[in-house]
Design a protein around this ligand. Structure first.
Ligand SMILES: [Cu+2]
Length: 735
């Protein structure tokens, strides 16, 4: 593993970015108040990082710490909010199902070894009977909900991370109790709604928040901490001042307006299909079919996905295009969370310029209050990714194109050499690695601006002008003062192996390569585009209703995942369809997309599994049967680069190129490639959900689970099967 550290570094040719935003004069804009730099209150002390503005401060008083217990009270209810709409130069009123009235739920900060208590109260009204037949895999009953800790290694049972439990509306409550292992990775995680059938509407309404695990385990104490060392402990300057950090929860809320009180008919422009709202009308997320899975082909032949027709913007912590204030030359840690349920984010940071030729503009708090026209097409700023899905990498991946798929996180160090304005953009894309490709987008909507960065030059503590690599190397050298020379040397080469995630029971730098594999299951995704046909099996008891509800109208589309060669099935509780493993088993999965009989298609999906992360061992190009990686992990040229002018996107895979031996919980799946991963089922017996993190796919049935048995659960089920249930008490008492 060691040799791969520096050889995997790569740099893409800078993609040209062309995004324009207009900043007309604001009229009735409310100024939010920001706390520009403050120490994170629940963790006073040396290692606490200072958080910058643009994190979610909404509902912060509903999260509290007492000793090693962190408690969050979340109330789910309809809330009235406003979302800034740059196109209309207006605050759009919205009425959404929200946690604690927030567009982005409160940020929760915990430490390894803590107990996290989340008391969820469901104060939504009872679903109208017409909207709630609750047929499995037919999105419906949107007021039933629950909670998932995405990426966390905690028990999925009982009051733990149990998404099979439903918290009913009109007063239902559930006390989640999560015992976070002392060996848990420190990193960027998140929590979100996960009730099957209501997940996409919930998450797309903003029922999501950042969950940060902070680590203070130093290199010197690694023996005491089972080998775990946190990268956090070296991310500080020579004076011990921690790296500034920003939590950036990217949300995609497709709010729309309806012509009727029961949200049957979404208001759309009859020519373009673009969503419209009469002045003053409150937008909502209420109709699964119209707001998630509908698409439209216009007269010019362009196909438009629901998210693009919505005309909405990717929000950062509930805000549209916030301005981030950064000091020149300073290194920041950006904790980016792809909290949208459907679209790809191709995150790039580029220098901005002004259409009127003005080189530099002093801006008020909000750039949108300026009347200048800004163009985001300048030089790209590199992102130095230190962690993927909250787990510290073996090496820093240096890139200026950062693909994020729904559910993924990227922790990147960024620094700006020159003062001025920069844009954080979603560059979009026109290749197979983009879930909603550029060609489906209306002109002028893509790429889009996510945030504006204002880099200040009145800073004496940091010298600008130096390259990002130099600045970050210096930070790592200062932060590792006092550590052994070989650790410092590795850090200087951007080798993080002394700090990287490793599975429990193993040692730093070790991975799952050398373990013997217990099973080799497969997980393949297919979309069913016609009524279930021969070759795909309808689960017992599932009818094909034409319900006319705000969920799907009939099973015109269904989503399938097959595990271990079983029949292609939408999600089913039938135990004969569930894949069983044993605690401690090491599985090598092959993950991809393939057709499964008539009426099914391949496509882009996102494999997500609960409880235990997976390690990407290899990615195979189906057309050649060969790895996309060269020995040592460097990506072969045809996957890294696309020939200039080429329209062939079949191999170009920058999103895969830095994934060799990366651990993560959410990974991108696209036609033509299969990903080989390994995982070890550790610590927690129970049902680990496995599903597509394109959440409308999940709600339609692209989900199953792995049942993890411990010795104890296996013996008990064997006994009860043998009619020996009377002995259960006695026996379990001995264990
Ligand atoms: Cu999918």
């Amino acid at each position: 593993m060691e040799a791969l550290a520096s050889s995997i570094l790569f740099c893409f040719s800078s993609a040209s970015a062309h995004a324009q935003i207009m900043f007309p004069e604001a009229k009735d804009r409310d100024f939010p108040t920001f706390n520009h730099a403050f120490r994170e209150p629940s963790h006073p002390g040396f290692w606490s990082s200072h958080l910058r503005e643009a994190q979610s401060t909404c509902g912060a008083d509903t999260v509290r710490r007492s000793g090693k217990t962190v408690t969050a009270d979340l109330t789910l209810a309809y809330s009235h909010n406003h979302i800034w709409n740059p196109q209309e130069n207006a605050n759009d009123p919205v009425r959404l199902r929200s946690y604690n009235g927030c567009l982005a739920a409160p940020t929760i900060v915990v430490s390894p070894g803590d107990e996290l208590r989340i008391n969820l109260q469901n104060s939504l009204p009872v679903d109208p009977a017409s909207d709630c037949p609750k047929t499995l895999n037919t999105p419906s009953c949107f007021n039933r909900q629950n909670l998932h800790l995405h990426g966390m290694h905690v028990s999925p049972e009982g009051h733990g991370d149990n998404v099979m439990h439903t918290v009913m509306p009109a007063g239902g409550a559930w006390d989640y109790r999560y015992a976070i292992p002392a060996t848990h990775a420190a990193g960027t995680f998140w929590y979100h709604a996960h009730e099957h059938g209501a997940t996409s509407i919930g998450v797309a309404s903003g029922e999501e928040g950042a969950l940060i695990v902070r680590g203070r385990r130093r290199y010197a104490d690694r023996a005491r901490n089972d080998g775990v060392v946190d990268i956090d402990t070296v991310l500080h300057d020579r004076y011990g001042m921690p790296v500034a950090e920003r939590i950036m929860l990217f949300e995609q809320i497709p709010y729309g307006c309806f012509s009727d009180a029961s949200h049957r008919t979404l208001l759309q422009d009859s020519t373009t299909g673009t969503w419209t709202c009469p002045k003053g009308a409150e937008g909502g997320v209420e109709n699964f079919r119209s707001q998630f899975i509908s698409s439209r082909t216009n007269a010019d032949g362009t196909r438009h996905d629901a998210w693009m027709l919505s005309g909405r913007y990717t929000l950062v912590n509930g805000e549209t295009q916030p301005v981030l204030h950064v000091r020149v030359g300073e290194v920041e840690r950006w904790r980016m969370i792809a909290g949208g349920g459907h679209d790809t984010l191709n995150v790039q940071i580029v220098k901005a310029r002004f259409g009127d030729g003005e080189k530099r503009l002093r801006l008020p708090l909000y750039a949108r209050h300026s009347s200048a026209e800004m163009t985001c097409d300048g030089e790209a700023v590199e992102q130095y990714e230190i962690a993927a899905d909250g787990l510290t990498r073996q090496n820093i991946s240096r890139k200026d194109i950062n693909y994020l798929y729904p559910g993924q996180r990227s922790d990147a160090l960024v620094t700006f050499r020159q003062p001025g304005l920069y844009c954080v953009i979603d560059q979009g894309g026109d290749t197979l690695n983009t879930i909603i490709p550029l060609r489906s987008r209306p002109q002028g909507k893509s790429p889009s601006v996510i945030a504006v960065v204002s880099v200040d030059d009145d800073n004496t503590a940091h010298s600008g002008r130096q390259s990002g690599t130099t600045q970050i190397r210096r930070l790592l050298q200062e932060g590792s003062e006092g550590l052994p020379a070989f650790v410092k040397a590795r850090l200087a080469g951007f080798d993080l192996s002394d700090f990287a995630y490793f599975p429990e029971g193993m040692q730093p730098g070790q991975d799952l390569s050398d373990l013997s594999v217990t099973h080799r299951p497969t997980a393949f995704f297919a979309a069913l585009t016609m009524p279930l046909a021969s070759g795909a099996v309808l689960p017992p008891g599932q009818a094909m209703p034409d319900t006319g509800i705000n969920g799907m109208i009939g099973l015109i589309q269904n989503e399938l995942v097959t595990v271990g060669g079983a029949s292609a099935l939408p999600f089913s509780m039938d135990p004969t369809h569930i894949y069983h493993v044993h605690l401690g088993d090491v599985d090598e999965w092959r993950i991809g997309t393939r057709t499964m009989g008539a009426g099914t298609t391949t496509g882009q999906h996102v494999f997500h599994i609960h409880v235990n992360p997976v390690e990407i061992m290899d990615i195979i190009d189906d057309s050649t049967g060969e790895s996309i990686f060269m020995p040592g992990g460097r990506c072969k040229l045809q996957y890294r680069l696309q020939e200039a002018g080429s329209t062939d996107d079949s191999t170009y895979s920058p999103e895969f190129c830095d994934q060799y031996h990366v651990f993560r919980d959410s990974l991108f799946v696209k036609p033509g490639f299969e990903t080989v991963v390994r995982t070890r089922y550790e610590d927690f017996p129970g049902d680990a959900m496995l599903h597509c993190h394109i959440l409308d796919h999940e709600d339609q049935g692209m989900m199953t689970y792995v049942s993890i048995d411990s010795d104890q659960t296996r013996q008990m089920s064997a006994m009860s099967a043998a009619g020996m249930s009377t002995m259960e008490h006695e026996h379990s008492g001995e264990m």
